[in-house]
Ligand binder design. Structure first.
Ligand SMILES: Cc1ncc(C[n+]2csc(CCOP(=O)(O)OP(=O)(O)O)c2C)c(N)n1
Length: 324
C-alpha cells in the first residue's frame, strides 16, 4: 500500500467519525427527525469493507452503517439532508435516515425488520449470476440480526447457488442490551458458515488491515464465481444502542478496554510507525473532514421541507411507460 492509499483510508475513517459525531450532537439538540444509531468505534468495519468496492457493487447497510453510505460514494450533503428529513435527502423528506438508500451509488435502503435486507442481497447476487456480471452484493448485519429466520434463508439460498454475496456480521457484543451469550450458543457467528456451505472468516473489526484482508479474500472468491463468504468482525460500539440509551448494561472498564483498541488510533499508530508526519496528517485530515461535515449541515438546513402535495409521490412503482 502506498502513502496516498494509507492516508485516504485514514481520511475515510475520520470522516465517518466526524460525520456521525455531528449527527449525534444534532440529535441531542433535538434538530433531527428519527433515531440515531451511532457506529462510533466501528469505523474500520465500514471503511475496510466498502473502500475497494466498485460502483457496480451493491451494499445493504443496516441501522449502524452510516459509514457505508459515505465510503460507497453517497453525497454527504444529500445524506445529511436525509438525516434532517429534507427534500434533498434520498427519500425526498419522507423518511428519517434509516430507510433511505442511494440507488445511484449501489446502496440499498434498510428495512426496520432486522435482517430482512439479507434475502434482497441474495436476490441481487442471483441477478449478477443470471446476467454474468462479476459484481458483488455486500450485506451488513449485527449479531442480533443473525438470530432472524430471514438471515438463515438468505445464507442458505446464497450457499446453494454459490452467489457472489458477502455477509458481514458486525459483532459488537450487544444487540440493544442482549449480550452474545444470550444471542447464540456457538463461539462465533461465522461458525455457522459451514452449515450453509459458505466460507467463514473471523477477524478483528477494529484492525483495518485485518478487515481489508478478509474482505479482499471474500471479494476475490465472489468475483471468481466461488461463492459467498460470511465475515464476522468483532468490534464494539462506544455509544448506546441509540442516542437515548445510556447502556447501563455494560461496565465502564469494558468500554475503556475497547476504546484503548480504537480503530482510528490504531491506524494513526501505524502511520506513525511508517515514519510519516503524523501531526501534520492529523490536522489536515480533521480539517478536511470537518469542512465536509459543516458544509453538509449547512446544505441540509437550507434544503426545504417536503410539501404536503408530494406526500403520495414515489410510493408505488408505475407500470413501465406510464408516468402517474
Ligand atoms: C426483527 C426485529 N427485531 C427487533 C428489532 C428492534 N431492534 C432494532 S435494532 C436492535 C438491536 C440489533 O442488534 P444487532 O443486530 O446486533 O445490531 P447492532 O444494533 O448491535 O448494530 C433491535 C433489537 C427490529 N428492528 N427488528
Amino acid at each position: 500500500m502506498n502513502e496516498q492509499k494509507e492516508r485516504e483510508l485514514y481520511f475515510l475513517m475520520v470522516l465517518v467519525r466526524e460525520f456521525e459525531g455531528r449527527v449525534a450532537a444534532l440529535d441531542k439538540q433535538g434538530r433531527l427527525a428519527g433515531g440515531v444509531y451511532s457506529g462510533r468505534g466501528q469505523e474500520a468495519v465500514t471503511v475496510g469493507i466498502c473502500h475497494a468496492l466498485r460502483p457496480d457493487d451493491w451494499v445493504f447497510p443496516l441501522h449502524r452503517d452510516m459509514g457505508a453510505f459515505l465510503v460507497k460514494g453517497a453525497d454527504p450533503d444529500r445524506l445529511m439532508a436525509q438525516i434532517f428529513g429534507r427534500r434533498d435527502g434520498f427519500s425526498k423528506g419522507k423518511d428519517s435516515y434509516l430507510h433511505g438508500g442511494d440507488l445511484s451509488h449501489g446502496i440499498f435502503g434498510a428495512t426496520s425488520m432486522l435482517g430482512a435486507t439479507l434475502p434482497v442481497a441474495a436476490g441481487m447476487g442471483f441477478k449478477f449470476r443470471m446476467k454474468n456480471e462479476d459484481s458483488v452484493a455486500v450485506a451488513f448485519f449485527g449479531e442480533g440480526a443473525s438470530s432472524r429466520g430471514d438471515v438463515h434463508e438468505a445464507m442458505n439460498f446464497a450457499g446453494v447457488h454459490r452467489l457472489p454475496v458477502i455477509f458481514v456480521c458486525e459483532n459488537n457484543f450487544y444487540a440493544y442490551s442482549t449480550p452474545n451469550e444470550l444471542q447464540f450458543a456457538v463461539e462465533n457467528v461465522a461458525d455457522r458458515a459451514a452449515g450453509y456451505g459458505l466460507k467463514g472468516e473471523v477477524a478483528s473489526g477494529n484492525d483495518l488491515h485485518a478487515v481489508m484482508k478478509a474482505m479482499q479474500k471474500a471479494t476475490d472468491r465472489a468475483r471468481r464465481g466461488e461463492g459467498p463468504t460470511l465475515i464476522e468482525l468483532k468490534t464494539y460500539r462506544y455509544h448506546g444502542h441509540s442516542e437515548h440509551d445510556r447502556a447501563a448494561y455494560r461496565t465502564e472498564e469494558e468500554l475503556v478496554a475497547w476504546e484503548s483498541r480504537d480503530p482510528i488510533e490504531l491506524w494513526e499508530h501505524y502511520l506513525d510507525k511508517r515514519k510519516y508526519d503524523l501531526p501534520a496528517i492529523q490536522a489536515e485530515t480533521l480539517a478536511k473532514a470537518q469542512k465536509i461535515v459543516g458544509d453538509a449541515v449547512a446544505f441540509a438546513e437550507a434544503s426545504p421541507e417536503p410539501a404536503g402535495a408530494e406526500a403520495m409521490d414515489d410510493l408505488f412503482a408505475m407500470p413501465l411507460g406510464e408516468d402517474r
